[in-house]
Structures are given as structure tokens and as C-alpha cells.
Design a protein around this ligand. Structure first.
Ligand code: PMP
Length: 352
């Protein structure tokens, strides 16, 4: 039965979020997940929590917020827990922007930014990455208008893996008007080894217009449970809580996040393995003649332009699922040495 019920006309133009594909039997390097499953201690905590799923979760994720406040040395009032940090991206726009007000971000960057902006009836303003696939902070400053309310800086940037250094970020933040919220999206923070990359919390603790987004999906291996957090000015956090979808951070996610913080050292050691593999994968690709920007995340970026889709198809024929952004490049998640080798073999056999 066809329906004539009208929905928001502008949603027709909304770019649909394209999740990484899962193909049975194939190696999935498309979603920046970590390859290791939950640690036994975390799995046990989740299993234990299932006995309570007839109850609603704690609406404010209070235990987790308090634990993070202690770990991060910020007041609990400055922490919002969200159903993944992607949910917090949307909450930020909803909490900050009246219809038509502007959200500024680099492009290409995290593909959810334009979506959450439009969903919230705000206007996206994008600034191209520079020739080195990095944020062009100077051009971003120039793109700030009286209507700008939020600036996303994704550090390291998804999908290029490139970073913004402390000095450049400090200079940028010094020049952004104080009423504009700068959101440092640090979903890949735990994979950063470059000491010049600042911990965004340094800025969130001391500045009135900076928020940091973090997630348990990547380094902490809880992508399937959906939990992330924001640290920001108290007024912003209060507003984030107002636009929160009630009970959207479920009880298993809250328990698993707490158990993961207990197992932090073990989980971060797994990230160190990924970092070693990241170096090996990039160097192998460079030796094979590919351009690969330096990356501080758990993925590499191959700016293959017009050959992007062809490369992804070639990988698929070798049972490897990568993430193509048509006409632009391919993002490939770093996995185990064995899985990375399958990808690298296929990359070497790609006709060039
Ligand atoms: N920010 C960035 C830059 C990301 O790449 C992702 C995940 N792809 C997220 C936020 C959201 O992660 P999650 O919702 O799983 O916390």
C-alpha cells in the first residue's frame, strides 16, 4: 500500500549514513572496529547485567559519569554520557543551533557531521582539507560567520587519520569567538602516539567554549553496545542532557563501560599492537607505491580519487571489505597481522 503521508521534504536530500558492509566470510576492515572481542572480565560483567534487563537503565548513567569524572579530573556536571559519540554529535547540534544556524567542519571528515546537522535543521558549512589531507584551520577560521554556533575538529580525522598539533590548535582556539563551541572529536585518541597531538581535555578543562567527545567503541572495543561521552562547559552539558533520547544508553552499555575502565591497561595494550601494525601496513603500502598520509588512528587513508571504487571492488574480490568514498579515497581499518596481510596482498596485486 503506498502512502501519501508527507514527511519532512528536506530529508529526501539527506545523505544516508553508509555503515561498513558485513559480508559473510569476508574480512571487515570498513568500520574502524578493533579486532579483539570483549575481555573475559567485561563479558562477565555484561552477562551479569542481563539479569536486570527488565528494569530501565539509569537515565543519567550516573555511576559511569562519576567514574569518568574521577579518571579525567573534571566535575561530573561537565560530563554527558551518550548512546555512542555519534549520538552526542547530534545532541551538540540540537543543543546549540536554532534552525538555520551554522555548523562548521572540515571535509572530508566524519560522515555523520552533515547528517546530524541537517537532522537538527542547522546549516552545514564545510572547509576542504589541505593538500596534505589535514584540517585547514586558517580557512576554517575565515569560514566562521555570525551564524556559526559549532565547529567540529576531528582529531585524528576520520577518514584521513591526520592530526592537528597542539600549537596550531591553541592558536585556532585563541581566535575562535568565545560564543562558538569547538567540539574536539577524539574518537581515536587512544591510538595517538605523536606527542604534539594534544589531549583535548587540556583545553576542555580550561576553556569555556571547548567540548571533547570520546567513545568506548574503538579502543575499548564496545562498538556494538553504544556508549560515548562528552566533556564540556557545564551549560552545554546541561543542554546536551535536555536533548538526550531518554534511556538511550542501555544498562549493558553502562556496565560494560565501567568494566572496561577497570581493564583499561589491558585494552590499551591491545591498541599498542594496532599501532605497530599501522606502521607496518603504511610502510608496506608506501613501498608498493601508494600515497598514504601519516595516520594516528586505527586506519589508513588511500587517496585514490577516481580509482577508489575499483580498488574497493578489487579488495572485495579478495574477500576484504574496505570503506570507499567514491571519487575521493579508501579508508582501511588496521586489524590483526593475518588480516592486514590479506589486504596488503590484494593491494599489491591491484593493477596500477
Ligand atoms: N566520531 C568519529 C570521528 C568517528 O569515526 C565515530 C565512529 N565512526 C564516532 C564519532 C562515533 O562513534 P560511536 O558512536 O560508536 O561512539
Amino acid at each position: 500500500m503506498s502512502s501519501a503521508i508527507p514527511t519532512r521534504a528536506d530529508l529526501a536530500a539527506l545523505p544516508a549514513y553508509v555503515p561498513g558492509r558485513t559480508i559473510p566470510g569476508a574480512i571487515k576492515l570498513a568500520s574502524n572496529e578493533v579486532p579483539g572481542g570483549p575481555l573475559p572480565s567485561v563479558a562477565a560483567a555484561i552477562a551479569q547485567a542481563t539479569s536486570q534487563v527488565n528494569r530501565y537503565p539509569d537515565m543519567g548513567s550516573q555511576a559511569l559519569a562519576e567514574r569518568l569524572a574521577g579518571e579525567l579530573d573534571v566535575p561530573t556536571e561537565r560530563i554527558a554520557i551518550g548512546c555512542g559519540s555519534v549520538s552526542l554529535c547530534q545532541q551538540v547540534v540540537q543543543a546549540m543551533c536554532a534552525p538555520g544556524e551554522e555548523v562548521l567542519f572540515a571535509w572530508r571528515s566524519f560522515e555523520a557531521y552533515p547528517i546530524v546537522t541537517q537532522v537538527a535543521n542547522a546549516a552545514a558549512v564545510t572547509v576542504p582539507l589541505d593538500a596534505g589531507h589535514r584540517h585547514d584551520l586558517g580557512a576554517m577560521l575565515d569560514a566562521i560567520t555570525p551564524a556559526t554556533r559549532v565547529v567540529f575538529v576531528c582529531n585524528p580525522n576520520n577518514p584521513t587519520g591526520t592530526v592537528v598539533h597542539r600549537e596550531a590548535l591553541t592558536e585556532f582556539l585563541d581566535r575562535v569567538p568565545p560564543h562558538v563551541l569547538v567540539v574536539l572529536d577524539e574518537a581515536y585518541r587512544e591510538f595517538v602516539t605523536d606527542r604534539e597531538v594534544p589531549d583535548g581535555l587540556e583545553f576542555a578543562r580550561t576553556r569555556q567554549n571547548v567540548a571533547v567527545l570520546r567513545t568506548f567503541s574503538k579502543a575499548y572495543g564496545l562498538a556494538g553496545l553504544r556508549v560515548g561521552y562528552a566533556v564540556g562547559p557545564e551549560e552545554v552539558v546541561t543542554a546536551l542532557r535536555k536533548v538526550y533520547v531518554a534511556f538511550s544508553v542501555n544498562a549493558l552499555a553502562q556496565t560494560a563501560a565501567l568494566a572496561s575502565l577497570d581493564a583499561k591497561d589491558e585494552l590499551l595494550a591491545r591498541c599498542a599492537d594496532i599501532v605497530l601494525e599501522r606502521t607496518r601496513v603504511r610502510e608496506t603500502l608506501l613501498a608498493a607505491g601508494y600515497e598514504v598520509p601519516e595516520t594516528e588512528a586505527n586506519f589508513v587513508w588511500l587517496p585514490l580519487g577516481e580509482r577508489t571504487v575499483e580498488f574497493a571492488q578489487h579488495q572485495l574480490e579478495h574477500k576484504v571489505v574496505v570503506r570507499p568514498f567514491a571519487g575521493d579515497g579508501v579508508r582501511v581499518t588496521i586489524s590483526t597481522p593475518e588480516e592486514n596481510d590479506v589486504f596488503l596482498d590484494a593491494a599489491r596485486s591491484f593493477p596500477r
